[in-house]
Design a protein around this ligand. Structure first.
Ligand code: PHE
Length: 500
């Protein structure tokens, strides 16, 4: 009932004066508090009785400390009164007796006002000085009239810096009649019900209008992370090129599949705890195919397939150690082994895009977990030229059409190529991936036929994503410092391919 009374008060007033220039006049005239009036006004807007035009202004508010100053005087004034004229007092003693600390800020005030002489650790109130607490007077005035423009700008700034006052933003309104103005609120039906229809009662009712201008609620469902968007794009490219996706759900892998199966010797530095995360529990894997493991052991120790091996004692324990996979090639090795175990070989193209882990020192360009894109092609009698041709097609689809290659080394590929792509914004070639033709020492123990070659390449997912989204620091892209707002506001990413 009170709400209705207030609504009617406003409407009646508006009927009288046609326009209410500033709703604050209603606050004083009808003794309504600001927030309550605002909610009444908004309720009238919803039903189109009135229209509101906001008027914003700033008001001074005393902070708790400012309030205290207005009541009891500023600290410097209180201290002045507590000090005996002409008597040098140690600041520590003063603090002990009165419980008030003479801070640096207060000292500068005492000096500025010429109320006291300051020693290193003491204060002496000057004799014959009559102190006037003008700041207190101003604060009291501000309580009565909080309009900032009424006061000296410098003073306002100073009091604000001293945290004695702060600003509050006040919104009031100019009120005009709305399209459905009436001098009194009328009950309105919110819904057209069956009952109202049946006995034609609806004819005597006034209905609430739909407010099609009401602000909609922001849809705040899931948003795809930039990495996921770029992942989708790269995935689609692989599918276009006829690749099958490898299963990559398993982050914990044995050293065997991650390193040994790839002909990576056990004393290789990458297998060190400095570079690889080892799992404590369970420390070892149980399942490695025994006969295959034996062939891997032999190849490492003695070689075969035209190789002399590494000539060391291969340790099964070392191979069975569980780790967080350091590259997606640890997944490819398993898939290629399965392919080698099939009765009849058939050419295959596989890819994967997923997370890998390295025990790295974190900085602006390195994370301990990141994502790799990997492609693997197995077919009869293929080699380096096929690999290079494949890159031309693949990288063109991601928007990179100038490529350069550099000989490189991987324990599991020979030859190996580092791939460089031309970055138009940077105006130079940047490293984009690593590749090679898998070694027979890796493929033959898996059971892949003599004349079958396998090509492979890998690249990071983060680097291209950062380039496309203009992110310089990898930590802004991925990890706990990544900004969720960016994930929401990022555009859908389209790579700039020429033929699109
Ligand atoms: N595994 C390599 C890396 O982590 C990439 C690669 C994959 C190289 C396949 C050759 C063949 O950089």
């Amino acid at each position: 009932a009170e709400k209705k009374d207030l609504q009617n008060t406003v409407l009646k007033k508006l009927e009288e004066v046609e326009t209410i220039e500033n709703s604050e006049s209603l606050e004083t005239e009808f003794n309504i508090d600001h927030d309550k009036l605002e909610s009444i006004l908004k309720s009238l807007v919803v039903d189109f009785y009135i229209e509101l035009q906001p008027i914003k202004r700033q008001e001074i508010r005393l902070t708790e400390e400012g309030q205290e100053c207005a009541e009891k005087g500023t600290p410097e004034f209180r201290i002045f009164n507590l000090l005996e004229p002409g008597v040098e007092t140690e600041k520590v003693d003063f603090h002990n007796t009165h419980g008030i600390e003479i801070t640096k800020q207060i000292i500068s005030k005492l000096k500025l006002n010429k109320w006291a002489n300051l020693g290193k650790s003491s204060v002496t109130r000057l004799e014959g000085v009559e102190a006037v607490d003008s700041d207190r007077a101003i604060l009291e005035e501000m309580l009565a009239d909080p309009t900032p423009t009424k006061y000296d700008n410098k003073k306002v700034k100073e009091l604000k810096n001293r945290k004695l006052i702060k600003f509050a933003s006040i919104t009031s309104y100019t009120i005009t009649k709305g399209v459905d103005f009436a001098p009194e609120v009328v009950e309105r039906e919110a819904e057209l019900t069956i009952d109202l229809l049946r006995n034609d009662e609806y004819k005597n009712k006034i209905f609430k209008k739909f407010n099609v201008l009401a602000k909609g609620i922001e849809i705040d469902g899931g948003h795809l992370h930039p990495l996921l968007k770029v992942r989708t794009l790269v995935r689609d490219i692989f599918f276009e090129m006829g690749f099958e996706e490898m299963e990559t759900g398993q982050y914990v892998e044995s050293s065997f599949w991650n390193f040994d199966a790839l002909f990576q010797p056990q004393q290789h530095p990458a297998r060190d705890a400095h570079d690889t995360f080892f799992i404590d529990e369970p420390k070892y894997t149980k399942e490695v195919p025994a006969d295959y493991m034996e062939r891997v052991k032999n190849t490492h120790e003695k070689g075969g397939y035209g190789s002399i091996g590494y000539d060391y004692d291969w340790s099964e324990d070392e191979a069975k150690k569980n780790i967080l996979r350091t590259h997606t090639t640890g997944v490819s090795s398993k898939v290629l082994y399965k392919l080698g175990q099939q009765e009849k070989f058939e050419p295959k193209k596989y890819f994967s895009i997923d997370r890998v882990f390295r025990n790295e020192t974190l900085d602006a360009t390195h994370l301990a977990e990141f994502h790799q894109v990997e492609g693997v092609v197995a077919d009869y009698n293929i080699g380096l030229s096929n690999l290079i041709e494949m890159f031309k097609v693949f990288f063109k689809k991601i928007g990179i059409d100038k490529l350069k290659f550099k000989p490189a080394y991987n324990p599991y590929t020979e030859p190996s190529l580092e791939i460089f792509g031309y970055h138009p914004k940077l105006g130079k070639y940047v490293e984009i991936g690593n590749s090679g033709v898998f070694r027979p020492e890796m493929l033959r123990p898996m059971g892949l036929p003599e004349n079958v070659n396998v090509l492979g390449w890998g690249l990071g997912l983060e680097r291209p994503t950062m380039i496309y989204y203009g992110i310089d620091n990898i930590r802004e892209l991925f990890g706990h410092q990544a900004d969720m707002k960016k994930t929401k506001s990022n555009s859908v990413c389209y790579m700039s391919t020429k033929d699109k």
